[in-house]
Ligand binder design. Structure first.
Ligand SMILES: [Zn+2]
Length: 369
């Protein structure tokens, strides 16, 4: 381990000998009694030396070895240290163009996953993950780009047909792609998000890729917001593949539910819960799905809502893959174009659904809060 004081934390002098690391309350730490020699020692904890070498360098400043070790222990228990070697090693998994781009993302992970080496292990997990995004409209394409930029090893955005003006959005497909094949344009968007040099050819993944770690259901017409409409859901439930519904429907952006098959409430649970409130719902839904006759003639999609929803959906995917259940598990988040508020709604497993075969919570009921 090569200890480094997390470079993402600001270093601020509260007074002459009191040093504060970080500004956000959760991470901010204060060290008192920082004289010139201790300040010099802290400068040595820059990731260029291993622990014993830091102590030896501290001794050359006139500090005792015990004191130096105690300071390092204190920095470690205050979650101020990371392992610079592990951070460098994990970036080596990526092509050179991508390493610098991932620097701020890795610095963020280092704050969220505080133990030394933990952030590197989380990014290593992302590097090994394959995520599939179904739908290359305003939301899906941008989700794919955000996930690729966040270090997911392979992101496949699947769709048919050609790009139309209504598929284009900031962060997603640019207007210059109108008329191109959606699958090709989305693949190149994802490729560019990884920092691949302009003109570098895209290397095709193996013909039979491994099953995805997660699938994002983001159909272009936003119907994923009505989870029961996703025809892929049954196949994903059977295969045990986690999946996230997301879309913009009318004025509402929706992220969730993120379904962990057998362990959290699923899309059918949401449909059944809505049926409990409106018995005509299944009939209405049948007219919406698969480009049914009742669908909107010109689907609405506020561009700013689309960008925010895509970012939130990508964040929830990352959280799930990183090992922290996002709020879209057993719930969903709504962002309204009418007031800009994000709300989290709770989704319980529905007793008529029977999808929680892994559940050990028999008391769960089928109501939405
Ligand atoms: Zn269910």
């Amino acid at each position: 381990m090569r200890p480094v004081i997390k470079p993402a934390l600001a270093r601020l002098w509260r007074e002459k000998q009191t040093l504060q690391f970080g500004t956000v309350r959760r991470h901010a730490r204060v060290i008192e009694g920082v004289d010139r020699r201790l300040a010099g020692f802290l400068e040595l904890v820059d990731g260029s030396r291993d622990g014993p070498a830091v102590v030896a360098a501290g001794q050359r400043l006139g500090l005792s070895a015990e004191y130096c070790r105690a300071v390092l222990d204190s920095l470690g228990s205050s979650e101020l240290l990371d392992d610079a070697q592990a951070l460098r090693d994990v970036l080596e998994l990526y092509p050179p163009a991508r390493r610098e781009l991932l620097g701020p993302d890795l610095a963020s992970l280092s704050l969220v996953h505080p133990a030394p080496g933990e952030a590197a292990a989380v990014l290593q997990g992302r590097a090994r993950a394959r995520v599939e995004v179904r739908g290359a409209g305003r939301i899906g394409a941008a989700v794919g780009a955000a996930l690729a930029a966040g270090g997911i090893g392979e992101v496949a955005v699947l769709d048919r047909g050609r790009v139309t003006a209504r598929d284009c959005a900031p962060g997603g497909l640019p207007p210059g792609d109108i008329g191109r094949l959606r699958a090709t344009a989305a693949r190149e968007l994802v490729h560019r998000a990884t920092g691949a040099p302009v003109g570098e050819r895209y290397r095709r993944p193996p013909a039979a890729p491994p099953p995805p770690a997660l699938v994002v259901l983001a159909p272009r017409d936003g119907s994923a917001a009505y989870t029961g409409a996703a025809v892929d859901a049954q196949e994903l439930m059977r295969a045990g593949i986690p999946h996230l519904y997301t879309g913009v429907l009318e004025h509402l952006g929706v992220v969730g539910p993120l379904v962990v098959p057998g362990a959290s409430a699923c899309g059918s649970c949401a449909t059944l819960a809505r049926r409990d409130e409106d018995e005509a719902w299944p009939r209405l839904l049948a007219q919406l799905i698969d480009e049914g006759p009742g669908r909107a003639r010109l689907p609405a999609c506020d561009g700013a809502v689309a960008a925010a929803v895509a970012g939130l959906a990508a964040l929830h995917v990352q959280l799930y893959l990183d090992g922290s259940p996002p709020p879209s598990v057993d719930g969903w988040c709504e962002l309204s174009a009418a007031d800009g508020m994000v709300r989290r709604l709770r989704l319980r497993s529905h007793p008529d659904c029977g999808c929680l075969w892994q559940s050990s919570a028999p008391g769960r009921t089928g109501t939405m809060a």
